[in-house]
Design a protein around this ligand. Structure first.
Ligand code: GLU
Length: 685
């Protein structure tokens, strides 16, 4: 936002006016207006949507864009309401920062950083046993992340097609389960980690229970004992599951069906028939793999021999060969059909963005985030993910589960997909592989991602404040980490403090001004709280101005607390607060009942996160809400030199002469911290 000079209109009056027309959308619209103007711009709305992670090519927004085009650049409130209604709740959620990844821009910046670090890794080798895989550019590197709300992050070679290879396996398994159900599929394949190479010929021996009455049990094993592939993620299991999908159709029909199913996972529907969403099939790749794929071919026969692959019902043909020494050599078509289909599906090509979308469909319990098409039942997805989690990463599955803790699948084409249930699908593509066959950079990205974010399946079992929850804006996460304790301390609520102690929360943690529970308890004369905190080993530390809790107690004449701190024999410094004109004008600040939202607003202002501030305004938080020290967002933005935030706040009606506990205005704060740009902006108004 550019500096506007004099502010003539009145934002507060505008908001009142909007609320009188329609309460529901008033704050949303207001968050996009400037300086009390009663209109916004179409490009502002589009920018806000893009910054929330929604792409301009998102199908769900096409009506909105058409409607925007029809209206031109200036949008008044009544038009705004009609325009955003074309996209259901999606736009409202995006503007309020209530999509599943609320702080999309910050998240993107962090992933960018990880990407740049990982890009420097060049170890690993291309897969060479399928010739075309050995010919790809080894330096390719891309990542895409798609959330269950359809937010899309892309970086590097995220739009280059690559061979999905084994990443097809979880989907084959799902497609087969959609047709045969869990039990039906697992008559033919197990769920156990194999602990062996992905192409190992060993099968899992298991006793057949009464339920297993399929061909394979009766015909070959007399119902006692079966040998089946360990799980659908190893080759034998994937050949098996491919063999189970539409076995009576022709190869072309089967492959078309599967490509359409993959298409549906990424947004193709029979209605939109958007062929760009039908994954490509690389026939050359399939032929080349078939040509020397002896091991897989052996596996197909083994599956037939053990009886787990259902065979065709054909009888032995009549011998029509006149020559005594000659006969028609028979090859069981069920084996070749299953292998042909398996090689073909492995040779499907998709981009990292496509695969991330397919993974996001899994994360979204089977519904494609952008088409809202239910492709897989919840049950199918729920049954697939545990097998992915235990067996998706070849022989590194155990370590991967422990370290990264997410269902994932890699392929020798260099792709790795990860599913963060209810949050997002991720695909990393980089073709250099380690000894286990996993993409080296893919693994590294996955590890770094989970070390930064709380997405490991079992993260709920520990408190680790050094890692962020991507479902929360950073400002909210910071507010949660200190706000509750500070409010409880200032209100004398020892119960809450006790429960925070039992959660191992840090009671010494300060807010944006390094104000701690001990400061607030001292300022408010909460003697018992001060005693409690000191007993817990909490140490008095100086705040932003160099003030220790003892100064708060002294300023507010809480002598008993002063005595307590004096007993500690610490060399306390005196705080410095700049108040240029203590008798000057004083503006009123707002009271907002959700205290944590206020703290979030102040954190967002201090970090110059205008998106986050805009989201909070759209949720109805007054820009000039004050905290326990009567600090407001403008105080914080001014103190930190966050000029964008200062401009946004002022243009949304934040009064200039609000005074904190010590009487300082935002301008005083900017001067004290020597924030020249903010001082010059605030003095020009
Ligand atoms: N089509 C490959 C094979 O069967 C897939 C291997 C993989 O990606 O793990 O060997």
């Amino acid at each position: 936002m550019k500096q506007k000079g004099n502010i003539q209109s009145n934002p507060a009056a505008l908001l009142e006016n909007l609320k009188a027309k329609s309460k529901r959308e008033a704050n949303l619209f207001f968050s996009l207006c400037e300086n009390g103007e009663n209109f916004t711009h179409s490009k502002k709305l589009i920018e806000a949507l893009n910054r929330s992670g929604l792409k301009s090519n998102d199908n769900r927004l096409q009506n909105l864009f058409r409607s925007l085009e029809a209206h031109g650049d200036k949008i008044v409130f009544e038009d705004f309401i009609n325009i955003i209604r074309t996209s259901g709740l999606l736009v409202e959620k995006a503007l309020r920062g209530q999509l599943v990844l609320p702080d999309f821009i910050n998240f993107s910046k962090k992933i960018d950083k990880i990407f740049d670090e990982v890009k420097t890794i060049i170890s690993g080798e291309l897969a060479s046993y399928i010739p075309p895989l050995a010919e790809v550019d080894p330096n390719q590197f891309g990542i895409a992340i798609v959330t269950t709300d359809g937010q899309v992050y892309e970086r590097g070679d995220s739009n280059k097609d690559f061979s999905i290879q084994s990443m097809c396996k979880p989907f084959n398994y799902c497609f087969a389960m959609e047709q045969l159900g869990l039990e039906g599929v697992h008559k033919h394949v197990g769920q156990e980690p194999s602990g062996r190479q992905f192409d190992d010929l060993t099968l899992l021996a298991r006793t057949v229970t009464g339920n297993y009455t399929g061909d394979f049990a009766k015909d070959n094993l007399e119902g006692r004992f079966a040998r089946v592939p360990f799980n659908p993620m190893v080759n034998a299991g994937a050949i098996m599951t491919a063999g189970l999908i539409n076995p009576n159709d022709s190869h072309t029909q089967r492959l078309r069906h599967i490509r359409q199913q993959f298409g549906r996972l990424i947004g193709w529907t029979s209605k939109n028939n958007n062929v760009s969403k039908l994954p490509r099939f690389n026939k050359n790749m399939a032929r080349q793999e078939n040509f020397k794929g002896y091991n897989n071919i052996a596996m197909g026969y083994l599956l037939m021999a053990t009886g787990s692959l259902p065979h065709t019902k054909s009888d032995l043909h009549k011998d029509i060969h006149p020559d005594e020494d000659e006969f028609d050599f028979y090859i069981e078509p069920a084996v070749t059909d299953a292998l042909k289909l398996y090689f073909s599906i492995c040779s499907i090509e998709m981009t990292a963005t496509d695969v991330a979308m397919a993974a996001a469909t899994l994360a979204n319990s089977g519904v494609c985030p952008i088409s809202q098409d239910r492709v897989l039942s919840q049950k199918t997805v729920r049954n697939c993910l545990p097998v992915l989690q235990t067996s998706g990463m070849y022989n590194a599955s155990g370590v991967f589960f422990q370290e990264v803790g997410l269902p994932a699948k890699s392929g020798v084409g260099g792709g790795v997909l990860l599913v963060v249930p209810q949050l997002m699908g991720i695909c990393i593509f980089s073709p250099r592989l380690d000894e286990q066959g996993n993409s080296v950079r893919g693994l590294e990205m996955a590890k770094k991602l989970t070390s930064k974010y709380l997405v490991h399946t079992f993260d709920g079992t520990m408190t680790d404040t050094s890692r962020e929850d991507p479902k929360l804006p950073i400002a909210r996460w910071l507010a949660n980490s200190c706000g509750e304790a500070i409010w409880a301390a200032s209100n004398g609520n020892i119960r809450t403090l006790e429960s925070l102690v039992s959660q191992q929360r840090d009671l010494q943690q300060g807010d944006y001004d390094i104000r701690t529970p001990l400061h607030l308890a001292s300022a408010e004369g909460q003697l018992e709280v001060v005693k409690f905190l000191l007993n817990q080993g909490v140490k008095p530390i100086p705040d932003r101005w160099g003030g220790y809790p003892i100064s708060d107690a002294r300023n507010n004449k809480h002598h008993k607390i002063v005595d307590l701190f004096n007993e500690l024999k610490i060399d306390y410094t005196e705080p410095f607060h700049l108040v240029e004109n203590p008798k000057g004008k004083t503006d009123k600040m707002a009271h907002f009942e959700d205290e944590l939202m206020v703290i979030e607003l102040l954190f967002a202002a201090s970090k110059n996160n205008v998106d986050n501030i805009r989201h909070l305004v759209a949720q109805g938080v007054p820009v000039h809400a004050g905290d326990y020290d009567l600090r407001t967002a403008l105080h914080l933005a001014a103190a930190e030199g966050s000029l964008d935030a200062v401009e946004y706040l002022v243009s949304h009606g934040h009064p200039l002469n609000v005074r904190d506990r010590w009487g300082a205005t935002p301008l005083d704060e900017a001067k004290r911290e020597k924030r020249k740009n903010v001082v010059s902006f605030l003095t020009k108004i």
